[in-house]
Design a protein around this ligand. Structure first.
Ligand SMILES: Cc1cc2nc3c(=O)[nH]c(=O)nc-3n(C[C@H](O)[C@H](O)[C@H](O)COP(=O)(O)O)c2cc1C
Length: 221
């Protein structure tokens, strides 16, 4: 698979089979992803990979919180600006329409949206997951490094025939994740990532993108 194919075939997959993801594949991918760039080579990512019993335990604990209607953990970072302005606001609502529309859930049915979103805490059925932390001392440039690292992981997983879904949702249950992973206190959970083989019976709508001239400016001589 070439890089273009890896980039264009990556999408947030929200339905996985229980097919085992071999440890050696994960090690190969994470060894290669370590070559992701970072400013001054800080490599500010801290990744935890969960499979088998520990992942099942995490899904169980998170599921219990969902069932109990437990409030989300207080955020350690702001996931979105409080008042999202144009054009981001419109893009976000178009995404919501697409994501939940594909599941036949109307805009006003917030409860059904919540129910669909709660599949996050089952990792959409995935048998492997990665949780990426960053030191709380780090600033925007290092958060960006972590983003590059995660995209590198996702593309390499595509090259192995696997799919992913990055999940900031896990930050909402970060204390439950910490119960299973016991990370050092100085780390903040940025996001989780479901990893596995796609369940092709789960329908989806491909999420669109803004036209090139909305996000790219060529300044030519
Ligand atoms: C940092 C990050 C966090 C995300 N968090 C979630 C999440 O919690 N749950 C989810 O279902 N999708 C999540 N996504 C997936 C995005 O919704 C998805 O990437 C976006 O809508 C574009 O769609 P595509 O990846 O299928 O092209 C996340 C993506 C990123 C990059």
């Amino acid at each position: 698979m070439d890089v273009y194919e890896a980039v264009t075939s990556r999408r947030a997959v929200r339905g996985f089979t229980d097919r085992h993801v071999p440890r050696e594949v994960l090690e190969r991918v994470l060894s290669a992803a370590a070559w992701a760039p970072s400013a001054s080579n800080l490599q500010p990512w801290h990744a935890y990979v969960l499979t088998g019993g520990p992942l099942a335990e995490l899904k169980k604990l998170a599921g219990e919180r969902v069932a109990a209607g437990d409030p989300w953990d207080e955020p350690e970072y702001e996931q979105y600006p409080p008042a999202l302005k144009s054009p981001y606001r419109e893009r976000r609502s178009a995404f919501g329409e697409q994501r939940y529309g594909a599941l036949g859930i109307p805009r006003e049915d917030l409860e059904a949206r919540q129910r669909a979103a709660s599949a996050n805490w089952d990792c959409f059925g995935a048998p492997a997951a990665l949780f990426c932390y960053i030191d709380r001392d780090m600033g925007p440039a290092q958060w960006s490094d972590v983003g590059m690292y995660l995209q590198t992981v996702m593309l390499l997983l595509r090259a192995e025939g696997l799919h992913t879904c990055a999940q900031m949702a896990w930050a909402k249950y970060r204390k439950t994740v910490a119960e299973v992973l016991s990370p050092p206190d100085e780390l903040i959970l940025f996001c989780g990532m479901s990893i596995g083989f796609e369940d092709v019976t789960v329908g989806y709508t491909r999420t669109g993108r803004a036209p090139l001239d909305e996000t790219v400016t060529f300044v030519e001589g």
